[in-house]
Every structure is written in structure tokens, then in C-alpha cells.
Design a protein around this ligand. Structure first.
Ligand SMILES: [Zn+2]
Length: 385
């Protein structure tokens, strides 16, 4: 059993190099976790009397555990000491144990299914099947933190796979016909190849930072001092918001109400723009040119209106909005104003089929706009009636 399993709290170890493969070294034993089950490999140093090297990658294959080194000083010899970046590793141990607790809490409360977990410093993510609300997550977070503060021992035992019984097994965490069963009192047992703390109290605190709905439900969390820091930030933000609203008791309800009103106003604004927006316009060679350079009107509503005009008559419509750093051209299908040519000549970026969008920085906005207008006029004047 490698030393990182035997004693996950070892920060340094005397080693001998037993094999070399380019920049990768194999030692007679190691405290470096090679990664797996979502937990990244350790990083650190290999140091001897006459040399110092960083360990920047660790991987495991059928021949053992390999440490990739980057020389800092001297030539790495066959004897030395390896040192783990302990702060990072200990944080990952806390995150990993915290993840067992948080996931088990979710599973006790809701019919969720584990998909995967990704550990990072400081933020890790649990991916689950099933949609949970903020309320649901908060309940699970509360349960998880009660386990954390109960100082429950975390133990590990190695079992043959056939004895696994009803233990929660994540397929990607099984290695070589044996399973390591990580037990958190009688709260949770799960098969896991990672490294963990020996008491839940070491985690300090689990804090869910945010949840995201993608194909899965992603739950982002931090632990320990990072959790306390996040809680402090949230607390300050809440105080500022309640101060801003001049309401210290119904902050959340008030914001929900504001959001509902805002969505309604946005929708109204869109509809009003779409139905009533007036472009300025003039005629070149019998063709209408519509344009607006104003900051008023819902941009989507203006586009919708422009489309309906362009379907009705032969025209070119220019929607220039400085605050969005863009100029948009919509024209009827019987006009070709070769905008790709124009943006290439001007050294600009843009494109589009139904509508042509040109990205324009504010400092050159007016000159690009003027150039575009004169280009369009020229093309329309030359086009057959
Ligand atoms: Zn684990």
C-alpha cells in the first residue's frame, strides 16, 4: 500500500529513485497521490543535498507511480526527500471528505443519482442527475454541516470487491478487484480511491457557492476557510442589498417582486418598440434607406420591426448602437451591398446572413458609420432600378 494511503498526513518522505523514464521518476515509495476519482494529483518538490526539482505531474500505470520533475537547481540524484504542497493537498482532502458528506446528504433527502465530481482548489463541483432547487440544496447543506460539526471519525478499510455488499460504489473509483471503503460513522459508506481527512471536524464548514443547471445539476462548493470567506462575502452583500432597498426583513421577497416587474417591463418595452419604433429615412435611387443611431428602443424589438419592413419593400436598414459597440444592417433580399468586402477593407469583424452585424469600438464608431452610409449610397446609386 503506498504511503499516501497508509498515512495521508505525511508531508515529506525520504525516497530512492528506482526507475527513470525521461522526466518521470519512480521512487521506492511515495506520498504523492497520483490522481483519480475526481481528485487531482499532488504537486511538490524533490530535494537532495545538491539539487532541487519541482514535481509537476504524477501518474499511475501498470509499472507504478511516476513523478514528473522540472529541474530548478542541480541534477536530481538517486536519493532525496519528496515534499507535498501540503496546503493544497490538505484542502483537497477536506473537499473530498466534504463531498462524501454533501452528496450523502443530498441522497438521503432526494432521489438523486451521482454522475461525477471534480475537485479543484478552492471550488469543487458535484454533478448529479435530477433537478434540485435552492431550498433543497440548503437543506442538504445544513445536514452536511451538522455532520461536519459532530466531529465524526472517517475510517478506511480495504475489502475484496465481492464483499462490497450494499456499499455505495462509484464505478470509476474501483481499482484492481479491491475496494477501499471510506466510512463516516454510520452516516455514509462509500467506495473511494481518494485521500480523506480522519475526522469530519477538520473540514470546518461546507458552503454551496452556486448551483447550475446544465445537462446535469452542478453543485459548486467550497470548504474550510474558503467557506467562511464566502459566507462573509454573502453576508456583506446581503447587508448592502437590504440597505439599498431600505428593507431589512423581506429582502428576498422584495427582489423577487422587482424581478417579476422588470421582466414584465422588458416584455412591454419589446412589444412597444416592435409595434411603434420609427426609423429615420431617406431615398436613394428610389430605394428606401432606414436608419437609427439612437440609444432608445429595445434592440430586439427594433430588429423585429426591421425584418417586417424588409419583407415588404426594397430597402436597407441600419441599426447603429454605440453602447452595444455594433452596427447592424438588415436589407431586403433583392439588394446586395457586399458587406464582407466593406469590413475586410476597414479591418473590422462581423458577419451574418439574415442580418449583418459589425463589431465597432466606440472610438471609431462615427467614422465607420459615416463610411458605411456613403458606401451603401454608392452601391444603391449604381444598382439598376
Ligand atoms: Zn472519497
Amino acid at each position: 500500500m503506498p504511503k499516501y494511503y497508509e498515512d495521508p498526513y505525511l508531508k515529506e518522505l525520504e525516497v530512492r529513485v528506482v526507475s527513470r523514464r525521461g522526466d518521470y521518476l519512480k521512487f521506492d515509495d511515495t506520498i504523492f497521490y497520483p490522481g483519480g476519482g475526481g481528485q487531482p494529483h499532488d504537486t511538490g518538490y524533490f530535494k537532495g543535498e545538491n539539487f532541487l526539482a519541482e514535481i509537476i505531474d504524477v501518474k499511475k500505470d501498470e509499472d507504478g507511480i511516476w513523478h514528473m520533475i522540472r529541474k530548478l537547481n542541480g541534477e536530481p540524484e538517486d536519493k532525496g526527500k519528496i515534499y507535498i504542497d501540503w496546503e493544497r493537498r490538505y484542502y483537497l482532502m477536506k473537499s473530498h471528505t466534504g463531498e462524501h458528506i454533501l452528496y450523502r446528504s443530498l441522497e438521503k433527502l432526494y432521489p438523486v443519482r451521482f454522475v461525477k465530481v471534480e475537485f479543484n482548489v478552492p471550488e469543487s463541483v458535484i454533478f448529479i442527475d435530477g433537478r434540485l432547487s435552492i431550498d433543497d440544496i440548503e437543506k442538504a447543506e445544513e445536514m452536511a454541516n451538522s455532520i461536519v460539526s459532530s466531529n465524526i471519525p472517517v475510517t478506511v478499510e480495504v475489502k475484496a470487491l465481492e464483499d462490497s455488499g450494499d456499499i455505495r460504489i462509484r464505478r470509476d473509483r474501483i481499482r484492481e478487484g479491491e475496494i477501499r471503503v471510506v466510512r463516516i460513522g454510520d452516516f455514509d459508506s462509500s467506495a473511494c480511491a481518494g485521500v480523506h481527512v480522519k475526522n469530519t471536524g477538520e473540514i470546518g464548514r461546507i458552503h454551496v457557492k452556486k448551483i447550475k443547471y446544465s445537462r446535469e445539476n452542478e453543485i459548486f462548493f467550497v470548504v474550510g476557510d474558503e467557506a467562511l470567506k464566502e459566507i462573509e462575502i454573502s453576508k456583506n452583500a446581503y447587508r448592502r442589498i437590504s440597505h439599498l432597498l431600505n428593507d431589512f426583513s423581506n429582502v428576498y421577497e422584495k427582489i423577487v417582486k422587482m424581478k417579476t416587474e422588470l421582466d414584465k417591463l422588458r416584455d412591454d418595452y419589446y412589444k412597444i418598440t416592435e409595434g411603434m419604433f420609427r426609423f429615420e429615412n431617406y431615398t436613394v435611387n428610389g430605394i428606401n434607406v432606414y436608419f437609427t443611431k439612437e440609444e432608445i428602443g429595445d434592440i430586439k424589438g427594433i430588429e423585429k420591426r426591421a425584418y417586417s419592413i424588409s419583407e415588404r419593400e426594397k430597402c436597407v436598414i441600419i441599426i447603429a448602437r454605440r453602447s452595444l459597440k455594433r452596427i447592424e444592417i438588415i436589407n431586403s433580399t433583392d439588394i446586395d451591398i457586399r458587406l464582407n468586402e466593406f469590413i475586410n477593407e476597414m479591418g473590422l469583424k462581423g458577419g451574418g446572413k439574415k442580418n449583418f452585424l459589425i463589431n465597432v469600438q466606440e472610438d471609431i464608431f462615427d467614422s465607420v458609420y459615416a463610411e458605411l452610409i456613403s458606401r451603401i449610397e454608392k452601391i444603391l446609386r449604381e444598382s439598376p432600378r
